[in-house]
Design a protein around this ligand. Structure first.
Ligand SMILES: [Zn+2]
Length: 416
């Protein structure tokens, strides 16, 4: 049987960092002595095994162990965290080499400084924001090397709009400008033109802001490289400036209404023009008949507005409900018109019921009985909220059982 020397040498070089010629010479020698191929390979690996092969950052995957990496510290900061009830310092930052830039966490003080080029032995990796993050632990060895390394600019990562979440940077997206408006803002005494609007692709819509005049127009389909994502008004926003690359594409994007699983919205921290569906698991206690100030529209309590003092309250009907689709949960707020439609009863009728019972609580109870466990489909935008993601409904309807099954199938497909 012919032995494929080249393949065996390649396998050895996968495992160890050594000179190809030397490896091939050693391997042939073992084979000439009649050592079986597998043993011969092992022997050569053992011979060079004390040298761990360096891994390039672009080849680092999630959950790898025992890696050797040479990289430059591009950024580092120190912070205190609590680990099992104990305060300890950790160091976080970015490491770069010729192939990529990755975030890292050091669980002990290796005395790292920005600009250091270091060789790390026994590094591991975990997942953070969908990409690998290097971890330097007690068991890692770090030594400074005395040369510099060239850095590549990390290539932008491609995302669908539905997957964008605050904190991402250097993203590449493709989308169609659905609306755009120009404003002039004053920054540090200097007037600057800002363009903002809404962009969409097949998966979602997102608000954007361009800090540079790229000559964008409504209807343009663009590829944007080098944008970043911030949270604004309770939803992710795509931002790009003169450092970004913007290319007009000669293609069309067809947007269809797709039901988005709630976990995607929870991960993104919100979204706009969302189509969602789930089951109402709770009706929040502040639902029902409320009274608003006729001057400022704020909700008032006991006839007093915190802004305008004693006023004649105007009744309103609204519902805040917890919607769950099995993948995640959000709060949804229904205004009077949508509430009346969902409940099949008008606010006037509820006011009458409440006055007869001399208790507004009765309205809450009826809403709870009518809506709890009901599947509903909702359109709307998320709004700023401190706790759970809250969606202000622009439309909503209850869903019958067949449609519910269909929606579950859509969900399963979306989850792959
Ligand atoms: Zn008021």
């Amino acid at each position: 049987m012919e032995i494929d020397i080249e393949a065996a040498v390649n396998e050895i070089l996968e495992a160890v960092d050594a000179d190809r010629e030397a490896v091939e010479k050693d391997l042939r020698k073992f084979l000439e002595y009649g050592v079986p191929l597998e043993h011969a390979k092992e022997a050569v690996i053992n011979k060079y095994g004390s040298v761990v092969k360096e891994k390039k950052l672009k080849d680092v995957r999630v959950n790898e162990r025992n890696m050797c990496v040479i990289a430059k510290v591009l950024a580092i900061d120190e912070r205190e965290v609590e680990v099992r009830g104990e305060r300890r310092k950790i160091y976080r930052g970015l490491l770069g080499d010729e192939t990529a830039v990755l975030p890292f966490t050091a669980w002990k003080d290796f005395g790292l400084q920005k600009g250091d080029v270091i060789k790390i032995k026994n590094a591991s990796s975990s997942e953070w924001e969908g990409q690998p993050r290097l971890s330097l632990s007690e068991w890692s060895e770090v030594e400074k090397v005395d040369y510099d390394i060239d850095l590549v600019k990390r290539p932008p990562q491609k995302y669908n709009l539905i997957d964008l979440r605050p904190g991402l940077s250097n993203v590449e997206v493709r989308g169609k400008i659905l609306s755009i408006e120009e404003r002039v803002v004053n920054i540090g005494g200097e007037e600057r033109k800002v363009f903002s609007g809404i962009m969409g692709d097949e998966t979602a819509k997102i608000r954007f802001t361009a800090w540079h005049d790229f000559g964008l127009k409504e209807g343009d389909v663009l590829k944007i490289k080098g944008g970043y994502i911030r949270k604004w008004r309770g939803a992710p926003q795509l931002i790009f400036d003169e450092n970004a690359e913007v290319e007009k594409l000669d293609e069309e994007i067809i947007m269809e209404e797709r039901i988005v699983p709630l976990y995607k919205i929870v991960e993104a921290g919100g979204g706009i023009e969302l189509n969602i569906q789930g089951v109402i698991l709770d009706v929040r206690k502040d639902s029902g008949i409320i009274f608003r100030c006729p001057k400022c529209n704020r909700r008032i309590r006991n006839g007093v507005c915190e802004e305008d003092g004693e006023v004649d309250g105007v009744p309103d009907l609204r519902i805040r409900a917890l919607l769950d689709d099995g993948t995640g949960a959000v709060d949804v707020i229904f205004n009077r018109e949508i509430s009346e439609r969902l409940l099949g009863k008008s606010m006037e009728e509820y006011l009458k019921i409440a006055k007869e019972a001399m208790d507004y609580g009765i309205v809450y109870e009826e809403i709870f009985d009518k809506l709890a466990a009901k599947p509903v489909r909702v359109k709307g935008d998320s709004m700023p909220s401190d706790f759970i993601i809250t969606i202000f409904a622009s439309d909503a309807q209850t869903v019958d059982i067949d449609e519910k099954e269909e929606a579950e199938q859509i969900l399963m497909q979306l989850e792959g």
